[in-house]
Design a protein around this ligand. Structure first.
Ligand code: ADP
Ligand code: MG
Length: 699
């Protein structure tokens, strides 16, 4: 049996000793396989450099030249190093700030490759802080005259070293790479073989070949990930669950206990949930819908149904504020109605051990019907054995593991165990196709419409210099009876960023522009009690203007607040802006969102344009995904998205769907991956997605 490449320590590769191995470990490289799977994050076409005379100002370009002079100016404020270079066609200057040691690298006549944005300064061509590589005579073949890979680096490891080491590894070991994708699937989708693909991902003869190689690797990533998703779903729906009894009349009773009419989507979502809850299998359902569409009352319905069946329900929220708001909301919604007798509990990590133990005792004794809390619910001491329904709010903030953990806790060690029904709520809409693939293990209900009678929300973008006019307007509106939010990106003034900060502006506005108005301040640095007090006052309209940081993003619900001013709006992400804007327009009056920003990058400009143009959360989500990529959008720890290193579900949806289709087909034929042709799939998955498969492929 030949040794697998993942068993060969990198230390034994030629050119890597113990010292380099330590440095490579910082890049996550421990084995030969890891090294071969360190993919370039971009390429430079060094088969032809741009002649200096042909450089285009404003663009990123690669040049190659010889050093003419190297000057350091350590008396200037920024301690500059300035290098002039020439090629056959012209001359250019390069400047680096605050890296004085660079001066030692550049010797007259030294050949250098530089990559950076070209601009002009005092009528001469210049690159500021370009990326550079020194070229020596010996290693031309890997670093020059071809398409060259550029890798992520760590201290002590250079591009040239990586290229040489990877080239060595490819020569010695590429043959040993085995294809995890079965050959019939490879044929159907014209996928190149793995050895050639890995070679071409590092050293592509042409960019077409690079693309083919990258498609091959992306397909593999999608394929394995989809196998996990599909297996997980199989494993969940085959478990034992609690079959609730839910009569149609109960749904009617529930709906009638509110002063408003449920929207059609809300009704449909409730029907979906009721149907799932009745089954003797655990539910795993995602409830999607824009901010303010009324997900909460739908989720509470499931809780009430569980309680009606003599069981308990839990609601887990990502922050204390959200948890306590759910708690208050719950009390408020059901007070005086037919569900008045429900016993509620609130559990957060700030509670003392004693308080937690007390609460846990009550849960155990079934003296609490619905427990609401943060991830503190997951702590070992908390007894959730009577649980039959779980709501997880803002799913993307929790990891896959936490979801599973909460489910597992609902199973008492003493027999008769069953898995609770799980409802996952998210106000970060996920485009349908992506949802199918990333959350392929979940059923999905979507609330499309906002409740009727909501006022319109208008969004405007102004330059910061218009702020006095805006304050004036806000003052007028507030004097007419509305309430307003003013949002800042920072709590405190910062030394390095020239941004307005909440604390300072609160003090300033109170004694200037908003003198005589009632103001409040909330920010992340305050104690929960303090924040809560201020929020409660704002809700009771004892405060007119609330100055805040992004802690406001989640949940807060005040119908009379119809104005939001977001200063330095260019500092916020698209989804964040959308969430902030979701704080207004919750009542029947029209609402205004004013974005104060002077964006300097194209990306920031298009973000602001997008948020002004549309209030549709799904469109915004799609846009955000495109700009930031899935990793950032969902958070780093999600869905094994980290493991998608080459594949991008947004831009390669096509390929993702093909891979999903093949994965489904394969699992249908061989659900436990028993066939010898599939053992390798099983091995690789176990290694790459342990969190997914612990429960599925145990043993
Ligand atoms: P979400 O959680 O989806 O952001 P919420 O559940 O917080 O939205 O609902 C926002 C507000 O609308 C709440 O005050 C809620 O009581 C109210 N609401 C929910 N459904 C309806 C409806 N069908 N008609 C009118 N108001 C509703
Ligand atoms: Mg909500």
């Amino acid at each position: 049996m030949p040794q697998s490449l993942s068993d060969i320590s990198i230390q034994f590769l030629k050119g890597v000793g113990p010292a380099k191995a330590k440095l490579l470990a910082n890049l996550g490289i421990k084995t030969v396989e890891d090294l071969l799977c360190l993919f370039p994050h971009r390429y430079e076409d060094r088969s032809q450099f741009t002649p200096i005379a042909m450089l285009k100002v404003g663009e990123m370009q690669t040049i190659c030249g010889q050093v003419l002079t190297c000057r350091r100016n350590f008396y200037s404020k920024n301690r500059t190093v300035e290098v002039s270079l020439e090629d056959k066609t012209g001359k250019i200057f390069c400047v680096w700030f605050n890296q004085p040691y660079l001066a030692n690298f550049f010797k007259e006549g030294q050949e250098v490759v530089l990559y950076g944005r070209v601009d002009t300064f005092k009528k001469r061509l210049q690159m500021v802080m370009p990326v550079f590589e020194l070229i020596s005579a010996g290693d031309q073949s890997l670093n020059m005259g071809r398409i060259v890979p550029i890798y992520p680096l760590t201290r002590g490891i250079t591009q040239r070293y990586l290229r040489k080491t990877i080239d060595t590894a490819l020569r010695l070991y590429a043959k040993g790479l085995k294809d995890v994708i079965p050959s019939d699937i490879r044929r159907r989708h014209q996928l190149a073989d793995i050895a050639g693909s890995i070679r071409h991902i590092h050293f592509p003869p042409t960019m077409q070949e690079q693309q083919a190689a990258s498609r091959r690797v992306a397909f593999e990533e999608f394929f394995l990930f989809q196998i996990c998703v599909i297996l997980r779903r199989l494993c969940i729906i085959e478990k034992k669950g609690f079959a609730h009894r839910i009569e149609p009349v109960f749904i009617e009773q529930y709906v009638k206990s509110f002063p408003f009419t449920f929207t059609e989507s809300q009704r449909r979502a409730m029907d979906d949930i009721a149907a799932d809850m009745k089954k003797p299998r655990p539910m795993l359902r995602l409830l999607q819908g824009d901010v303010g569409c009324g997900k909460t009352v739908v989720a509470f319905f499931g809780c009430m149904a569980a309680v009606q069946n003599g069981r308990q329900a839990a609601i887990m929220a990502p922050t204390e504020i959200l948890a306590s708001q759910h708690y208050e909301n719950f009390k408020l919604l059901f007070a005086g109605g037919i569900f008045d007798g429900i016993r509620l509990g609130l559990l957060t990590s700030r509670m003392s051990k004693k308080e937690k133990a007390e609460l846990s005792g009550k849960l155990k004794a079934k003296e609490i019907d619905v427990i609401i809390g943060t991830h503190a619910l997951l702590e070992e001491a908390v007894d959730l054995a009577h649980l039959s329904f779980v709501v997880i709010d803002e799913q993307h903030k929790f990891g896959v593991n936490q979801r599973a953990l909460l489910s597992a806790k609902a199973r008492p060690a003493s027999g008769g165990s069953s898995n609770p029904d799980v409802l996952i709520m998210t106000a970060t809409p996920i485009p349908r196709t992506l949802c199918l693939t990333l959350y392929g293990d979940l059923d999905v209900s979507v609330i499309h419409e906002l409740p009727p009678g909501r006022g319109a929300v208008k969004t405007y973008h102004f330059s910061l210099e218009k702020i006095q006019g805006v304050y004036q307007k806000v003052r007028e509106w507030v004097l007419k009876g509305t309430q307003a939010y003013i949002i800042y990106p920072l709590v405190d003034e910062s030394e390095t960023l020239d941004l307005k900060a909440a604390k300072h502006m609160f003090a300033h506005l109170q004694s200037h522009e908003f003198q005589g108005l009632r103001m409040g301040l909330v920010h992340g640095g305050m104690k929960r009690q303090e924040t809560d007090d201020v929020m409660q006052k704002f809700k009771r309209h004892e405060i007119d203007i609330l100055v805040a940081t992004t802690i406001l993003e989640v949940g807060i619900d005040v119908a009379n607040a119809n104005v939001i001013v977001i200063e330095h709006a260019e500092r916020f992400g698209l989804s964040q802006l959308h969430q902030l804007r979701g704080r207004i327009g919750r009542g029947s009056k029209d609402a205004v969102c004013l974005l104060m920003a002077d964006p300097t990058t194209e990306e920031a400009k298009s973000r602001l344009e997008a948020i002004v143009k549309t209030t549709d959360g799904f469109k915004i989500a799609e846009y955000d995904l495109q700009i930031r990529g899935p990793g950032h959008y969902f958070g780093r720890h999600q869905h094994g998205l980290n493991e998608l290193r080459v594949a991008n579900p947004v831009t390669q949806l096509d390929l993702l769907e093909k891979a999903r289709h093949e994965a489904g087909h394969l699992i249908k034929l061989d659900p436990s991956l028993h066939s010898p042709a599939h053992t390798m799939i099983k091995q690789v998955i176990k290694k790459r997605y342990p969190q997914y498969l612990d429960m599925v492929l145990a043993g």
